[in-house]
Ligand binder design. Sequence first.
Ligand code: FES
Length: 156
Amino acid sequence: MPQHTFTLNGEQVTVDVEDDVRLLWVLRDILGVTGPKYGCGLGVCQACTSHLNGKAVNLCCVPVGRLKATDQVTTIEGLPATVGKPLHPMQEAWLEQDVPQCGYCQPGQIMTAVAKVLQARAAGHQLTDADFDQIRNICRCGTYHRIREAILSAQD
Ligand code: FES
């Protein structure tokens, strides 16, 4: 079976698995990293959103064979904490806004939000309501209003 090496949440990992197995299953079933959730498996719901080299991706759509040894995969478990606090600023904002209901989609929501904020910062601006409207993560509980408030407050 082919071997695949990449960095996951700051640590190098190697897995023996067929090239076409999606990264979501490699992480959840082989490596035991369960922050990224399975919703649709088709790149629609965004529940599995994590970062590949700093960009938001749907892990259910990424075959492990596409990864290079230099690739950095970050899940919600690997988000860096604020200095002196246990969580990333986006997670702190999530708690302050009391966002989750069932919670299932929230890791993907947070990972998308972090990537969007970083992307906006790199372009020299803050996320706007219009940027928020382009986020496609589905929340069956309908917590969108609080998600928006959390994202916008995390930028302050
Ligand atoms: Fe990956 Fe739905 S499970 S987008």
